[in-house]
Ligand binder design. Structure first.
Ligand SMILES: [Zn+2]
Length: 443
């Protein structure tokens, strides 16, 4: 019914749209031209190669890495520059970059040299990291500055079906293991036990990869959203910024529940659970009698930092023959935690600690056979198993933000739901492995 009116608007708006489209196309082209693919109209000209803000065609480019014992002077002298000039350069550049101390063995550098037979160095570019570079330009006057290579983020999606564990499911597709870490330790650490995944559990993830200079893969940058089907139960996770000033982002379920809990999963990083909370534990040493274990033991090397699993006040920091050095923290009216067998304590009674603060170090003081921290968890004065507790939400979304959250996740959820689980065929697998090898070679 509206159709006549639309045609009535007619060609003029069509033309406007076309202009707009071609304008955007130009914009896009300009950006693509960083790589300088010849335009349709371009007359054949030597392809320009830009890097570090220079047209490399204007120079003889020499690339190398800093060798053991190399100084800036050595490098330039090797490349036929005289000492008075080198000294002069060092003096002028030192406010920007301390050349004498700054060069690290193994880091790449590039010399841009004159295109004549002398090939005299005109510019020294040092790359302390993949992104960052220092330019010391001495072709006319001497000036030095630090800059960064352009970074691009590319959004990607991935899916997987668990056969044994998440790492394998990613690895067989040549996907970064960082995704496994992000899902297991950051996003779903409190909702899914990744040591107990079921065969046939599935996941989808929307994430961004980071690239330097459009070509160098610099790893997974961020996970925007994920879906995990565990025991046939779906778990959605959406990253959402709850505080735009402090840039606080957390992962929330589709009904706006924070997936992070007020307590860390473990008081030590990179540990393994050597003994779980078990009221019916039998110990051979005691003639197989029941010796309940009301703590969770995390095995870790002596000296590993022990962290407070939540904010709170230290109520005990002391020593007993059984506990060894230990610390107890009250978090609120409901929860307390305790950490045993420390090599050394780092906090005092009355001290306020924040989640993640180091309160001591793993040891084997007191009654213990090996280095570990025995982590005890009280709820209303009773010791419980923190791994089985439904722990309080970290930071719930404020009521005022909820509507915004639901609007925000709507298209993302739609996108997640429409990603198909892909079948992995053997030949694709080989391709991926090859690609992966190439990427690791670049890295
Ligand atoms: Zn224990």
């Amino acid at each position: 019914m509206d159709r006549p009116r639309i045609t009535g608007l007619g060609n003029r708006s069509l033309i406007l749209i076309l202009i707009a489209i071609s304008f955007f196309n130009c914009k896009e082209k300009e950006q693509q031209n960083l790589k300088n693919e010849p335009d349709d109209l371009a007359v054949v000209e030597p392809e320009e190669v830009h890097e570090f803000g220079f047209n490399l065609n204007d120079y003889v480019v020499k690339r190398d890495t800093v060798r053991n014992g190399d100084t800036f002077g050595d490098i330039l002298e090797r490349n036929k520059l005289g000492y008075p000039k080198i000294f002069n350069i060092v003096q002028k550049a030192k406010d920007t970059f301390d050349i004498a101390r700054g060069l690290q063995v193994g880091k790449p550098y590039t010399l841009l040299c004159s295109k004549d037979s002398l090939q005299e160095p005109k510019c020294f570019i040092y790359q302390p990291t993949l992104e960052e570079y220092v330019v010391i330009n001495f072709q006319d006057s001497i000036h030095a500055y630090t800059s960064r290579k352009p970074i691009t983020y590319i959004e990607k999606t991935a899916t997987g079906v668990i056969k044994t564990n998440i790492s394998e499911a990613l690895d067989e597709q040549g996907l970064s293991l960082r995704l496994a870490y992000k899902m297991a330790d950051e996003i779903y650490a409190w909702t899914i036990d990744f040591n107990r995944l079921q065969k046939g559990d599935k996941f989808k993830v929307i994430y961004t990869d980071k690239y330097i200079d459009d070509s160098i893969y610099a790893g997974v940058y961020n996970v925007k959203a994920a879906y995990f089907l565990h025991n046939n139960e779906p778990f959605y996770a959406f990253q959402f910024e709850t505080d735009s000033l402090k840039h606080i982002k957390d992962y929330f379920s589709e009904d706006a529940k924070n997936l992070r809990r007020a307590f860390l999963k473990a008081p030590v990083q990179f540990s393994r659970i050597s003994s779980r909370y078990n009221l019916r534990r039998r110990i051979a040493y005691y003639g197989n009698k029941i010796r309940p274990h009301k703590g969770t033991d995390f095995a870790a090397p002596v000296g590993t930092p022990i962290m407070a699993t939540a904010n709170g006040t230290v109520t005990k920091a002391s020593y007993t023959s059984g506990n060894g050095n230990y610390v107890k923290i009250r978090h609120n009216a409901t929860y307390e935690t305790q950490y045993l067998h420390m090599q050394k304590r780092k906090v005092k009674v009355g001290q306020f600690v924040k989640q993640g603060d180091v309160i001591g170090w793993v040891g084997m003081t007191g009654n213990t056979a090996g280095p570990h921290v025995c982590y005890r968890f009280w709820k209303n004065g009773r010791q419980v198993d923190p791994l089985r507790e439904k722990l309080p939400e970290a930071e719930p979304i404020s009521e005022s933000l909820k509507a915004k959250f639901f609007d925000f996740i709507k298209p993302i959820k739609k996108q997640l739901d429409s990603i198909p689980f892909k079948e992995i065929k053997e030949e694709r697998l080989e391709d991926k492995n090859l690609e992966n090898n190439l990427i690791s070679q670049i890295k």
